[in-house]
Every structure is written in structure tokens, then in C-alpha cells.
Design a binder for this molecule. Structure first.
Ligand code: PEP
Ligand code: MN
Length: 347
């Protein structure tokens, strides 16, 4: 249910509605827009049948509406303005397309810093790199763990790039928090609800990759777990889904971009690397993501892809990434947007 307050309603009027909602054992989530405040009401049990009539008569209330969609906090009804997520000196979900680039895995200090410098020079603003790697086989490289996080911290200090790295278990959230600007939740963990609640409580932005066989409604509901912990900063990332097709690693569901944007106020990125699985396809899919209106991209880049410890086949080398960036900008301008580039403010 949403309680739409009149423009100019007072803080005391808003607090009175919130207070009543809480007294009933329900949760109130505020969305404060430029014009008016909307109070989203959710509960784990069905809402009382007369709740709308009860709240309608409170001072400052314009109208009370029942929301029948399963996902609530991630939908436009509860939050009629697009979510903009501040990260260091820029914004995700704003006017500019933000590029995340870096290796699949942090392998060494040298590999990570070299990559950070190269992607920064080409215009990326966020460095990716896994220290905890969810691998399909337990016999593959599973990441450097804590020392990988230290390397990311050094790369951040050296380049001023923001950091995104994956967290796989609730127990790791507290220490990954100290090193990352954005938590990455991987495709294999995106319905690990305890983990989603833990990153929700941690309070930093969360990138939620789409599960391999996940329907969009399930994805929005997964985001709901983070949002319900009063963490409003969730970013979706379409990374391809599993279909019968084997020419690509996954099938890039480009439609997810406009569909998610129709259903949700949260930003959506695309990851052409995990969708393609093969280097020559990464660029075209990245361009398609920008054309479709994605808020950003996540691209795997490695100094020597053939020697990478994970996902080398789909990683671009520095020259390929440098070549791609201006082409992304050309497509962005064709659809009335631009790609955020330029050096980070801090370095
Ligand atoms: C990754 O980003 O390296 C990764 C493991 O991606 P996904 O969770 O989408 O498979
Ligand atoms: Mn990878």
C-alpha cells in the first residue's frame, strides 16, 4: 500500500502516518520526492483490510492506494523518481553511462594495478576484480581472498577508481565492506536471501547480477530483500541467461534493460562479458547495451587474457578496451546520452 502525502505536508503529519503504521507492526518506507512524500507500507502478513480507510483521514494525506504487484519497494509506485546512487564523485543512475572494467579475478598486485591504470586511462570509473570467486568447479582458481582485497585497496589508492568486488557469504560482508564501494552479488548467489539481507544491512550499494535462470519478477523480488533492510541502493546487472543456445556462454537478454526500467526505478547495468563468453562478441553486446539504454556496463579486461586464471576467453586486452570506449560514446550520443569519462576527482 502507498500513502501519497499532499505537496507541502509537514514533517509532523508524515511522522503521524509512519507512527500509526509502525504501531500496527508494519514497516513504513519513505520516498521523499521534490514535490511530495510517498510512504510505502509493507508487512509480512496481509495488510489489515481497513487500513486504507484508517490512513486516508490522517492530516496531509492525499490518497491511499493498494499496490497489488508482488515487488513493492523496487517498483515505481513506491518510488516515483529514478534512484540515483552516489559513488565517490559521480552518480549511478544519472544522465551518464558508467563503465566498470577490470579483471575477472584479482590475480596479483601487478596484474590488478596495471589493469586499473589502463582502464582508468580509457575512461572507466569503477574497477572490478573478484577476490572471492564462485567457480562452477571447485578445482578452478577461487580467488586470493583477503590478500585480493588488499590489492584492490592499493589499486583504489593509486588510481582513485571506485571498487566493486563480489561477496559470497554473509560472514564475509563485514570485512569486504572495508575494501569495496559496491558489493557485487553474483549470478549464483542472487537468491541467497540471507546474503541479500546482510548486504542490505551493511548499507553500501549492491549490484545484483541476474541469476542464470531467473525471471525478471524474481530478480525484482531479490532486490526487495536488500531494499527492505533500508538500503535503497541496488543496481541490477543483466549478464545473460541460460537458454538452448551454445554459441555464446549465455544468451544476452537485451530486453531486460527496457523491461526492468519500465518496472523499476533502480538502475540497470549490462555485463556483455559473461553474456558473450567469447572476446569478439563482447564489443557488439556492449554497444547494444548502451543503445538499449543501460545505466552502465561491466566489462572484463585483463593485461594478458590468454593467461588469465579465470574468464580469459571473454576478457578484452587493454587495446581492445581502449578501442571500445569511444565507440560506446558514439552509440550513447546517438541515443541522447553520454558515457562518463575523465579522471576521478580524487587523484
Ligand atoms: C563475475 O563477474 O566474474 C562473475 C562470476 O559473474 P556472474 O556472477 O555473472 O557469473
Ligand atoms: Mn568473470
Amino acid at each position: 500500500m502507498i500513502v501519497v502525502m499532499q505537496p507541502g505536508s509537514s514533517r509532523a503529519q508524515i511522522d503521524a502516518v509512519v507512527g500509526r503504521v509502525q504501531e500496527l507492526g508494519l514497516e513504513a518506507h519513505l520516498s521523499t520526492g521534490e514535490e511530495r512524500t510517498i510512504i510505502g507500507v509493507v508487512g509480512t502478513t496481509p495488510l489489515p483490510p481497513t487500513l486504507d480507510e484508517m490512513l486516508e483521514v490522517f492530516g496531509g494525506v492525499e490518497q491511499v492506494l493498494r499496490v497489488t504487484k508482488k515487488y513493492k519497494l523496487s517498483g515505481w509506485d513506491f518510488h516515483p523518481e529514478k534512484t540515483r546512487i552516489p559513488v565517490l564523485d559521480f552518480v549511478i543512475g544519472g544522465d551518464e553511462v558508467v563503465v566498470i572494467a577490470g579483471p575477472c579475478s584479482v590475480e596479483s598486485e601487478e596484474q590488478t594495478i596495471r589493469t586499473a591504470r589502463a582502464v582508468r586511462a580509457a575512461g572507466a570509473r569503477i574497477l572490478r576484480g573478484g577476490a572471492y570467486k564462485p567457480r562452477t568447479s571447485p578445482y578452478e582458481f577461487r580467488g586470493l581472498g583477503k590478500s585480493g582485497l588488499e590489492i584492490l585497496a592499493n589499486a583504489r589508492a593509486e588510481t582513485g577508481l571506485a571498487i566493486i568486488t563480489e561477496v559470497m557469504t554473509p560472514a564475509d560482508v563485514a570485512h569486504v565492506y572495508d575494501y569495496t564501494d559496491i558489493f557485487q552479488i553474483g549470478a549464483r548467489n542472487c537468491q541467497n536471501y540471507n546474503l541479500l539481507e546482510e548486504v542490505g544491512r551493511a548499507g553500501k550499494p549492491v549490484m545484483l547480477k541476474r541469476g542464470m535462470s531467473m525471471m525478471i519478477e524474481e530478480w525484482l523480488l531479490a532486490a526487495e530483500y536488500v531494499l527492505a533492510q533500508n538500503n535503497p541502493h541496488v543496481i541490477f546487472c543483466e549478464r545473460g541467461i541460460r537458454t538452448f543456445e551454445t554459441q555464446t556462454r549465455n544468451t544476452f537478454d537485451i530486453a531486460a534493460v527496457p523491461v526492468v526500467q519500465k518496472l523499476s526505478h533502480l538502475p540497470i547495468f549490462v555485463d556483455p562479458s559473461h553474456a558473450a563468453g567469447k572476446r569478439p562478441f563482447v564489443g557488439p553486446l556492449a554497444l547494444a547495451g548502451v543503445a538499449a539504454g543501460a545505466d552502465g556496463l561491466m566489462i572484463e579486461v585483463h593485461p594478458a587474457p590468454d593467461q588469465a586464471l579465470s574468464d580469459g576467453n571473454q576478457s578484452l586486452d587493454f587495446a581492445e578496451f581502449e578501442d571500445l570506449m569511444p565507440r560506446l560514446a558514439t552509440v550513447a550520443s546517438a541515443v541522447g546520452r553520454n558515457v562518463l569519462t575523465g579522471a576521478p576527482a580524487s587523484v
